[in-house]
Ligand binder design. Structure first.
Ligand code: HAM
Length: 417
């Protein structure tokens, strides 16, 4: 048998786990400092939750969802994104009545797409949802959160792009304008764009096929079709961003791949990642909660991909977290020594000291070699003499210095280092 991880998936190996844990710790800490609480939803949901919310016309739902039927014939989907599940949980658990409207999450998402650098079939997202206000201050606050998280990690090559996709009213006019523009070019467009022309014309702006891209350069701009309220709204977001000192550029071609967005939409682009250069994205979704069966409630949020973030950090030589090494490696010679030290091993571990021991290494030499290979700070040596005197030998593996001490002195000696 030659088993392999499924295409587009990967293992997070011990050597990488430290960086993952550190990123998660930093993200959670900032989220809590902004007043957000963690939420964890199931990895699968009824598939129509995504079909109705993330959008029947979106690629994510049309082409990329992992659907399956359970034994009773119900259709579920591995979640392709986190917003619809959070909204479902918010409505189902009456989180509005419990005051839990600032939520953050971290976990795997699944999209069936052609894997390439920075694009996986199982990938991880960190994300944030703010539910319950359409005040533009919160648009800017959410964006400033994302910006301070990413730039706070030390990343330099970041570009924040913002746009307004308008409200359902003015976006209809824009869709009509786009159809008028693209209609004469229909035969030259790729089959996907020909389909998108009918269902969601603005997706034509986002196509990566060179011929479609060239045609899209002359397309009308979303910003020229915003109604008064949406224009003011977009201006207010920009004013707040300026006050919060968050640098941004306006990109009227930001479309977003999911259907639920209204007004503010944004992405953080990282130059140097090739085609998959969006390291985070989000926006406002004022209609989604009502659409998912809740009371009409405005909301805004974002999500970022951990893999792309790690690639960006690597690209700038930013390392996170230190490899965790054992504090202590126990070298016990003979049965009496082992019996003396095993209860202590348990006590040390309960006290938070990382201690390793391997009874399969028989000789003193093999055990010391193992202590060396483990890169532990100390070797705790217990031989026949130690058993007789009730003392143990603590060897500093770097300096080679050895001290003899009693077991009761050991925890304070280790704590003092
Ligand atoms: P999204 O733009 O589809 O938005 O995904 C957010 C981020 O997830 C992307 O910017 C990218 O970093 C990462 N990502 C997406 N697909 C993949 C993939 N196949 N492989 C690796 N990374 C990927 C959302 O998912 C929305 N739920 C964001 C949101 C939250 N909007 C409002 N609230």
């Amino acid at each position: 048998m030659d088993y392999k991880a499924p295409r587009g998936t990967y293992d997070i190996l011990p050597a990488d786990s430290v960086r993952w844990q550190e990123l998660r710790r930093i993200f959670s800490e900032i989220a809590r400092s902004f007043g957000y609480e963690e939420i964890t939803t199931p990895i699968f949901e009824q598939s129509d939750l995504f079909e109705r919310s993330s959008g029947e016309s979106s690629d994510v739902v049309q082409k990329e969802m992992y659907r399956f039927t359970d034994k009773r014939g119900r259709t579920f989907a591995l979640r392709p994104e986190g917003t619809a599940p959070v909204v479902r949980a918010y409505i189902e658990n009456h989180l509005d009545q419990k005051g839990n409207n600032k939520l953050y999450y971290w976990g795997p998402m699944f999209r069936y797409d052609r894997p390439q650098a920075g694009r996986y079939r199982q990938f991880y997202q960190y994300g944030l949802e703010f539910i319950g206000s359409d005040n533009t201050y919160f648009d800017a606050e959410i964006i400033s959160f994302l910006w301070s998280f990413l730039s706070g990690l030390g990343l330099k090559n970041l570009r924040l792009e913002i746009n307004s996709v308008g409200c359902p009213n003015c976006s209809k006019d824009y869709d009509l304008a786009l159809q008028t523009y693209f209609r004469p070019h229909l035969p030259e467009l790729c089959p996907d764009c020909q389909r998108r022309f009918e269902t969601k014309p603005r997706r034509l702006l986002d196509c990566k096929v060179p011929a479609c891209k060239a045609i899209a350069t002359g397309a009308p701009s979303q910003l020229d079709y915003l109604d008064h309220a949406c224009k003011d709204n977009f201006q207010a977001v920009q004013d707040y961003l300026n006050k919060l000192e968050v640098p941004f550029v306006i990109n009227p071609k930001i479309v977003r791949g999911l259907d639920y967005y209204t007004n503010t939409a944004f992405e953080v682009i990282y130059e140097g990642l090739g085609a998959q250069n969006s390291i985070a994205g989000g926006g406002r979704y004022n209609g989604l909660i009502e659409q998912a069966g809740g009371k009409p409630t405005p909301a805004i949020g974002f999500a970022g991909g951990i893999e792309r973030l790690l690639l960006a950090l690597e690209n700038e030589g930013i390392s996170l977290g230190e490899e965790s090494l054992p504090d202590l490696y126990v070298v016990a010679m003979g049965e009496a020594a082992r019996d003396m030290i095993l209860p202590e091993l348990g006590r040390l571990r309960r006290a938070g000291i990382r201690a390793d021991y391997d009874p399969d290494k028989a000789s003193f030499k093999a055990q010391l070699k193992a202590a060396n290979n483990s890169r532990a700070k100390y070797a705790l040596i217990v031989g026949e003499d130690e058993v007789n005197t009730g003392m143990v030998m603590l060897k500093d593996m770097q300096s080679g210095e050895q001290v003899s001490l009693s077991l009761t002195e050991l925890p304070s000696k280790l704590a003092s280092n």
